[in-house]
Design a binder for this molecule. Structure first.
Ligand SMILES: [Ca+2]
Ligand SMILES: [Ca+2]
Ligand SMILES: [Ca+2]
Length: 393
Protein backbone atom coordinates (compact mmCIF):
# COMPACT_ATOMS: atom_id res chain seq x y z
CA UNK A 1 0.00 0.00 0.00
CA UNK A 2 1.17 3.50 -0.68
CA UNK A 3 -0.02 6.89 0.31
CA UNK A 4 -2.12 8.54 -2.34
CA UNK A 5 -0.25 11.79 -1.95
CA UNK A 6 3.02 12.50 -0.29
CA UNK A 7 2.34 13.67 3.25
CA UNK A 8 5.06 16.19 4.07
CA UNK A 9 7.45 15.22 6.83
CA UNK A 10 6.68 18.52 8.43
CA UNK A 11 3.62 20.61 7.79
CA UNK A 12 5.39 23.95 7.71
CA UNK A 13 3.54 25.19 4.66
CA UNK A 14 0.09 24.09 5.81
CA UNK A 15 0.55 25.63 9.25
CA UNK A 16 2.05 28.84 7.93
CA UNK A 17 -1.24 29.63 6.19
CA UNK A 18 -3.46 28.11 8.91
CA UNK A 19 -6.12 29.88 10.93
CA UNK A 20 -5.45 31.66 14.25
CA UNK A 21 -5.08 29.39 17.30
CA UNK A 22 -8.28 28.20 18.97
CA UNK A 23 -8.81 28.84 22.69
CA UNK A 24 -7.67 25.33 23.58
CA UNK A 25 -4.22 25.71 22.04
CA UNK A 26 -1.19 25.48 24.31
CA UNK A 27 1.24 28.35 23.82
CA UNK A 28 4.55 29.00 25.53
CA UNK A 29 6.12 32.44 25.02
CA UNK A 30 9.30 31.90 27.10
CA UNK A 31 8.98 35.44 28.52
CA UNK A 32 10.95 35.72 31.77
CA UNK A 33 10.51 33.28 34.68
CA UNK A 34 13.82 31.41 34.29
CA UNK A 35 15.36 29.23 36.98
CA UNK A 36 18.98 28.16 36.50
CA UNK A 37 18.68 29.10 32.83
CA UNK A 38 15.53 27.04 32.17
CA UNK A 39 12.10 28.52 31.55
CA UNK A 40 9.24 27.80 33.93
CA UNK A 41 9.84 24.22 35.11
CA UNK A 42 11.35 22.99 31.88
CA UNK A 43 14.21 20.58 32.56
CA UNK A 44 17.25 19.32 30.70
CA UNK A 45 18.56 15.82 30.00
CA UNK A 46 21.79 14.63 28.38
CA UNK A 47 22.63 11.43 26.50
CA UNK A 48 25.44 9.47 28.10
CA UNK A 49 28.34 9.42 25.66
CA UNK A 50 31.84 8.09 26.08
CA UNK A 51 33.48 10.22 27.35
CA UNK A 52 30.41 11.39 29.27
CA UNK A 53 28.95 14.51 27.70
CA UNK A 54 29.09 17.76 29.60
CA UNK A 55 25.78 19.47 30.30
CA UNK A 56 24.54 22.12 27.89
CA UNK A 57 24.59 25.81 28.68
CA UNK A 58 20.99 26.97 29.06
CA UNK A 59 19.90 30.56 29.61
CA UNK A 60 17.32 33.23 28.95
CA UNK A 61 18.13 35.00 25.68
CA UNK A 62 16.93 38.54 24.91
CA UNK A 63 15.41 39.53 22.56
CA UNK A 64 13.21 36.63 21.62
CA UNK A 65 11.10 36.00 18.52
CA UNK A 66 9.64 39.21 17.19
CA UNK A 67 12.42 41.29 18.67
CA UNK A 68 10.86 41.56 22.14
CA UNK A 69 10.63 39.43 25.27
CA UNK A 70 12.92 36.46 25.70
CA UNK A 71 13.57 32.97 24.37
CA UNK A 72 14.99 29.69 25.68
CA UNK A 73 18.62 29.35 24.64
CA UNK A 74 20.63 26.11 24.53
CA UNK A 75 24.24 25.97 23.40
CA UNK A 76 26.88 23.27 23.32
CA UNK A 77 30.29 22.35 21.93
CA UNK A 78 29.93 18.66 22.58
CA UNK A 79 27.17 16.21 23.49
CA UNK A 80 23.49 15.57 22.75
CA UNK A 81 21.25 17.64 25.00
CA UNK A 82 17.52 18.06 25.52
CA UNK A 83 15.27 20.66 27.09
CA UNK A 84 11.78 19.33 27.73
CA UNK A 85 8.50 19.75 29.53
CA UNK A 86 5.28 17.75 29.85
CA UNK A 87 2.08 19.75 29.49
CA UNK A 88 -1.36 18.52 30.51
CA UNK A 89 -3.98 20.27 28.46
CA UNK A 90 -4.70 17.98 25.51
CA UNK A 91 -7.63 15.57 25.07
CA UNK A 92 -7.18 11.89 24.25
CA UNK A 93 -8.29 11.03 20.75
CA UNK A 94 -7.91 14.51 19.28
CA UNK A 95 -5.19 15.40 16.77
CA UNK A 96 -2.62 18.12 17.32
CA UNK A 97 0.38 19.73 15.68
CA UNK A 98 3.29 21.27 17.59
CA UNK A 99 5.25 24.19 16.16
CA UNK A 100 8.12 26.34 17.43
CA UNK A 101 10.26 29.23 16.21
CA UNK A 102 13.99 28.46 15.98
CA UNK A 103 17.11 30.55 15.43
CA UNK A 104 20.66 29.20 15.37
CA UNK A 105 24.10 30.76 15.79
CA UNK A 106 27.56 29.57 16.58
CA UNK A 107 28.36 28.51 20.14
CA UNK A 108 29.77 31.90 21.15
CA UNK A 109 26.61 33.66 19.97
CA UNK A 110 28.15 35.10 16.83
CA UNK A 111 26.28 34.88 13.54
CA UNK A 112 27.31 32.01 11.30
CA UNK A 113 26.09 28.74 9.86
CA UNK A 114 26.70 25.83 12.25
CA UNK A 115 28.60 22.91 10.75
CA UNK A 116 27.16 19.55 9.72
CA UNK A 117 28.62 18.18 12.96
CA UNK A 118 25.91 19.98 14.92
CA UNK A 119 22.15 19.53 15.02
CA UNK A 120 18.85 20.91 16.32
CA UNK A 121 15.47 19.16 16.32
CA UNK A 122 12.22 19.27 18.25
CA UNK A 123 10.02 16.34 19.26
CA UNK A 124 6.78 15.29 20.91
CA UNK A 125 5.62 12.26 22.88
CA UNK A 126 1.81 11.89 22.89
CA UNK A 127 2.11 9.49 25.83
CA UNK A 128 3.56 12.33 27.92
CA UNK A 129 6.34 10.18 29.42
CA UNK A 130 8.38 13.21 30.43
CA UNK A 131 11.77 11.88 29.36
CA UNK A 132 14.03 11.60 26.32
CA UNK A 133 16.05 8.76 27.79
CA UNK A 134 15.89 5.02 27.00
CA UNK A 135 13.75 3.00 26.94
CA UNK A 136 11.16 5.74 26.48
CA UNK A 137 13.33 7.75 24.05
CA UNK A 138 11.96 5.77 21.12
CA UNK A 139 8.47 7.08 21.81
CA UNK A 140 9.40 10.61 20.83
CA UNK A 141 8.81 11.66 17.24
CA UNK A 142 11.24 14.25 15.94
CA UNK A 143 10.98 17.03 13.41
CA UNK A 144 14.48 17.19 11.94
CA UNK A 145 13.84 20.13 9.61
CA UNK A 146 15.69 22.75 11.72
CA UNK A 147 18.97 20.82 11.44
CA UNK A 148 18.69 20.67 7.65
CA UNK A 149 17.78 24.33 7.36
CA UNK A 150 20.80 26.17 8.79
CA UNK A 151 21.00 28.31 5.66
CA UNK A 152 17.66 29.86 6.65
CA UNK A 153 17.55 29.74 10.44
CA UNK A 154 21.15 30.84 11.08
CA UNK A 155 20.59 34.31 12.50
CA UNK A 156 16.91 34.35 11.49
CA UNK A 157 13.72 33.21 13.20
CA UNK A 158 12.03 30.34 11.28
CA UNK A 159 8.87 28.50 12.31
CA UNK A 160 8.85 24.69 12.14
CA UNK A 161 5.79 22.46 12.49
CA UNK A 162 5.79 18.74 13.21
CA UNK A 163 3.61 15.99 11.86
CA UNK A 164 0.14 15.78 13.32
CA UNK A 165 -0.19 13.40 16.27
CA UNK A 166 -3.12 11.92 18.17
CA UNK A 167 -3.13 12.66 21.90
CA UNK A 168 -3.18 9.34 23.77
CA UNK A 169 -3.95 10.85 27.15
CA UNK A 170 -4.25 14.30 28.69
CA UNK A 171 -0.58 15.28 28.46
CA UNK A 172 2.13 15.64 25.84
CA UNK A 173 5.90 15.91 26.30
CA UNK A 174 7.68 18.46 24.10
CA UNK A 175 11.47 18.25 23.76
CA UNK A 176 14.11 20.38 22.05
CA UNK A 177 17.29 18.56 21.00
CA UNK A 178 20.59 20.36 20.49
CA UNK A 179 23.87 18.55 19.85
CA UNK A 180 27.38 18.98 18.55
CA UNK A 181 30.62 17.14 17.91
CA UNK A 182 32.11 20.32 16.44
CA UNK A 183 34.13 21.37 19.49
CA UNK A 184 35.48 24.44 17.71
CA UNK A 185 32.35 26.29 16.60
CA UNK A 186 29.58 24.30 18.31
CA UNK A 187 25.96 25.49 18.11
CA UNK A 188 23.74 28.00 19.90
CA UNK A 189 19.96 27.68 19.45
CA UNK A 190 17.06 29.87 20.51
CA UNK A 191 13.52 28.47 20.86
CA UNK A 192 10.44 30.66 21.18
CA UNK A 193 6.64 30.77 20.82
CA UNK A 194 5.91 27.06 21.07
CA UNK A 195 2.36 26.22 20.07
CA UNK A 196 0.40 22.98 20.32
CA UNK A 197 -2.71 23.48 18.22
CA UNK A 198 -5.61 21.16 17.56
CA UNK A 199 -5.29 19.96 13.99
CA UNK A 200 -8.03 21.14 11.67
CA UNK A 201 -6.35 20.70 8.29
CA UNK A 202 -6.43 18.02 5.65
CA UNK A 203 -5.67 14.41 6.51
CA UNK A 204 -3.70 12.12 4.21
CA UNK A 205 -5.76 9.63 2.22
CA UNK A 206 -4.64 6.13 1.34
CA UNK A 207 -5.45 3.59 -1.32
CA UNK A 208 -7.24 0.29 -0.79
CA UNK A 209 -6.45 -2.49 -0.01
CA UNK A 210 -4.82 -2.12 3.40
CA UNK A 211 -2.75 -5.13 4.44
CA UNK A 212 -1.66 -3.55 7.74
CA UNK A 213 1.87 -4.63 6.79
CA UNK A 214 3.19 -1.13 7.40
CA UNK A 215 5.31 0.89 9.72
CA UNK A 216 3.71 1.02 13.15
CA UNK A 217 4.21 4.34 14.90
CA UNK A 218 3.40 4.15 18.60
CA UNK A 219 1.98 0.68 17.87
CA UNK A 220 -0.54 2.03 15.34
CA UNK A 221 -0.42 1.01 11.66
CA UNK A 222 0.39 3.70 9.11
CA UNK A 223 -2.41 6.19 8.55
CA UNK A 224 -4.71 4.90 11.31
CA UNK A 225 -5.58 7.30 14.13
CA UNK A 226 -6.80 6.22 17.55
CA UNK A 227 -10.11 7.54 18.79
CA UNK A 228 -11.48 7.24 22.32
CA UNK A 229 -14.79 7.74 24.05
CA UNK A 230 -14.55 9.21 27.51
CA UNK A 231 -13.62 6.94 30.36
CA UNK A 232 -10.84 6.26 32.82
CA UNK A 233 -9.82 2.90 31.41
CA UNK A 234 -6.47 2.34 29.76
CA UNK A 235 -6.93 0.44 26.50
CA UNK A 236 -3.98 -1.26 24.78
CA UNK A 237 -2.98 -1.45 21.14
CA UNK A 238 -0.14 -3.18 19.34
CA UNK A 239 1.18 -4.63 16.10
CA UNK A 240 0.16 -8.30 16.08
CA UNK A 241 0.62 -11.34 13.81
CA UNK A 242 -1.96 -11.09 11.02
CA UNK A 243 -3.47 -13.44 8.45
CA UNK A 244 -0.21 -12.67 6.75
CA UNK A 245 2.31 -10.17 7.92
CA UNK A 246 0.97 -7.84 10.56
CA UNK A 247 -2.43 -6.89 11.93
CA UNK A 248 -3.65 -4.04 14.11
CA UNK A 249 -4.50 -5.26 17.58
CA UNK A 250 -6.95 -3.32 19.77
CA UNK A 251 -7.50 -4.56 23.32
CA UNK A 252 -10.37 -3.30 25.41
CA UNK A 253 -8.92 -4.85 28.51
CA UNK A 254 -10.63 -5.05 31.85
CA UNK A 255 -7.45 -4.97 33.90
CA UNK A 256 -9.06 -2.33 36.02
CA UNK A 257 -12.62 -3.70 35.72
CA UNK A 258 -13.68 -0.40 34.25
CA UNK A 259 -16.92 -0.10 32.33
CA UNK A 260 -15.68 2.49 29.90
CA UNK A 261 -13.06 0.68 27.79
CA UNK A 262 -14.34 2.02 24.53
CA UNK A 263 -11.98 2.93 21.70
CA UNK A 264 -11.01 2.33 18.10
CA UNK A 265 -9.13 3.57 15.07
CA UNK A 266 -10.02 5.40 11.87
CA UNK A 267 -8.33 5.95 8.48
CA UNK A 268 -9.22 7.74 5.26
CA UNK A 269 -9.26 5.93 1.90
CA UNK A 270 -9.69 7.01 -1.69
CA UNK A 271 -12.77 5.84 -3.57
CA UNK A 272 -14.47 6.80 -6.82
CA UNK A 273 -17.33 9.27 -6.31
CA UNK A 274 -20.88 8.05 -6.97
CA UNK A 275 -19.90 4.38 -7.13
CA UNK A 276 -21.50 1.77 -4.90
CA UNK A 277 -19.19 -0.17 -2.63
CA UNK A 278 -18.87 -2.51 0.21
CA UNK A 279 -15.61 -3.18 1.98
CA UNK A 280 -14.46 -6.40 3.62
CA UNK A 281 -12.18 -6.84 6.60
CA UNK A 282 -10.70 -9.88 8.37
CA UNK A 283 -11.13 -9.92 12.13
CA UNK A 284 -9.83 -12.31 14.80
CA UNK A 285 -11.15 -11.97 18.36
CA UNK A 286 -11.01 -13.56 21.76
CA UNK A 287 -11.83 -12.24 25.18
CA UNK A 288 -8.98 -10.89 27.26
CA UNK A 289 -8.29 -14.40 28.59
CA UNK A 290 -7.99 -15.86 25.09
CA UNK A 291 -11.38 -17.63 25.16
CA UNK A 292 -14.82 -17.07 23.61
CA UNK A 293 -16.29 -13.61 23.99
CA UNK A 294 -19.04 -13.68 26.62
CA UNK A 295 -21.37 -11.04 27.96
CA UNK A 296 -20.39 -11.42 31.59
CA UNK A 297 -22.32 -8.38 32.75
CA UNK A 298 -25.61 -7.86 30.87
CA UNK A 299 -26.07 -4.40 32.40
CA UNK A 300 -23.34 -2.73 30.34
CA UNK A 301 -23.27 -2.76 26.51
CA UNK A 302 -19.96 -4.59 25.96
CA UNK A 303 -18.35 -6.69 24.76
CA UNK A 304 -18.59 -5.24 21.27
CA UNK A 305 -16.41 -5.64 18.17
CA UNK A 306 -17.48 -3.84 15.03
CA UNK A 307 -16.19 -2.09 11.96
CA UNK A 308 -17.77 0.48 9.75
CA UNK A 309 -17.50 3.01 6.97
CA UNK A 310 -18.57 6.63 6.76
CA UNK A 311 -19.23 8.03 3.28
CA UNK A 312 -19.00 11.57 4.68
CA UNK A 313 -15.32 10.80 5.41
CA UNK A 314 -15.51 12.32 8.91
CA UNK A 315 -12.78 10.86 11.09
CA UNK A 316 -13.33 12.52 14.45
CA UNK A 317 -16.65 11.37 15.93
CA UNK A 318 -17.08 7.64 16.60
CA UNK A 319 -20.71 8.27 17.60
CA UNK A 320 -21.68 9.96 14.32
CA UNK A 321 -24.91 8.57 12.90
CA UNK A 322 -23.34 8.62 9.42
CA UNK A 323 -21.10 5.63 10.23
CA UNK A 324 -22.49 2.41 8.76
CA UNK A 325 -21.45 -0.29 11.23
CA UNK A 326 -21.27 -4.03 10.82
CA UNK A 327 -21.87 -5.32 14.36
CA UNK A 328 -21.93 -9.02 13.39
CA UNK A 329 -18.38 -9.68 14.70
CA UNK A 330 -19.72 -9.42 18.27
CA UNK A 331 -22.23 -12.23 17.73
CA UNK A 332 -19.81 -14.34 15.69
CA UNK A 333 -17.00 -14.29 18.23
CA UNK A 334 -19.45 -14.95 21.07
CA UNK A 335 -20.07 -18.40 19.52
CA UNK A 336 -17.87 -21.11 21.06
CA UNK A 337 -15.25 -22.39 18.63
CA UNK A 338 -14.98 -19.15 16.69
CA UNK A 339 -12.55 -17.47 19.07
CA UNK A 340 -9.02 -16.91 17.77
CA UNK A 341 -9.97 -17.65 14.14
CA UNK A 342 -9.86 -15.27 11.18
CA UNK A 343 -13.25 -14.40 9.71
CA UNK A 344 -14.21 -11.87 7.05
CA UNK A 345 -16.99 -9.31 7.46
CA UNK A 346 -18.45 -6.75 5.06
CA UNK A 347 -19.66 -3.21 5.52
CA UNK A 348 -23.22 -2.51 4.38
CA UNK A 349 -23.52 -1.42 0.74
CA UNK A 350 -22.97 2.31 0.44
CA UNK A 351 -22.69 4.95 -2.25
CA UNK A 352 -19.51 7.03 -2.25
CA UNK A 353 -20.64 10.65 -2.13
CA UNK A 354 -17.14 12.12 -2.55
CA UNK A 355 -13.69 10.71 -3.35
CA UNK A 356 -12.96 9.79 0.28
CA UNK A 357 -14.43 7.50 2.94
CA UNK A 358 -13.39 6.88 6.53
CA UNK A 359 -13.10 3.31 7.81
CA UNK A 360 -13.60 2.65 11.52
CA UNK A 361 -12.45 -0.21 13.76
CA UNK A 362 -14.00 -0.37 17.22
CA UNK A 363 -13.88 -2.40 20.43
CA UNK A 364 -15.73 -2.01 23.71
CA UNK A 365 -15.11 -4.14 26.79
CA UNK A 366 -17.60 -5.61 29.22
CA UNK A 367 -17.12 -4.62 32.86
CA UNK A 368 -16.12 -8.21 33.66
CA UNK A 369 -14.37 -9.37 30.49
CA UNK A 370 -12.17 -7.63 27.94
CA UNK A 371 -11.95 -7.80 24.15
CA UNK A 372 -8.76 -8.73 22.30
CA UNK A 373 -9.33 -7.99 18.60
CA UNK A 374 -7.00 -8.12 15.59
CA UNK A 375 -7.85 -6.51 12.24
CA UNK A 376 -6.23 -7.34 8.88
CA UNK A 377 -6.68 -7.15 5.09
CA UNK A 378 -9.19 -4.43 4.36
CA UNK A 379 -10.36 -4.82 0.74
CA UNK A 380 -12.91 -3.50 -1.69
CA UNK A 381 -15.39 -6.37 -1.97
CA UNK A 382 -17.77 -4.76 -4.46
CA UNK A 383 -17.34 -1.68 -6.57
CA UNK A 384 -20.13 -1.04 -9.03
CA UNK A 385 -21.32 1.75 -11.26
CA UNK A 386 -24.66 2.74 -9.67
CA UNK A 387 -26.65 2.36 -12.94
CA UNK A 388 -25.31 -1.12 -13.53
CA UNK A 389 -25.85 -2.02 -9.90
CA UNK A 390 -29.57 -1.18 -10.22
CA UNK A 391 -29.86 -3.53 -13.22
CA UNK A 392 -28.38 -6.47 -11.37
CA UNK A 393 -30.25 -5.83 -8.18
CA1 LIG B 1 9.34 35.02 23.66
CA1 LIG C 1 -1.40 -8.20 7.21
CA1 LIG D 1 -22.07 -6.50 29.02
Amino acid sequence: MRKSWAFPACLALVLAIGSPPAWSDITVDFEGGYNFGLYDWWKWETDVWDPPAAGPTVFEAIPGHGGTGSAQAVCTLYGNHYVLKTMAAVSAGLDYVASVWVQTRLYNGSPGVPSSSTWVEFGWDPLGRDTTQPPEAGLLTWCTDPRHDFDNNAGNWVKYSGELFTALGTSVTIAFKVGSTDTVNGIYVLFDDLEIAQYTGLYPRYQLPDTFDTTYTLAVADGWRLRFLSGDAKPHWAEAPGRSGSAQRLCASTDTLDLAVNFGAVKLFEVLPNQIYNLSLWINVSDSSGTTLADANPIDPGPIVKFGVDATAQNTDPEATTILWNTNPTQYFSTPGNENTWQTFDTPMFRATTDTVSVWLWVQGDSLVGVDARFDDLHVKTSADPRRWRMYR
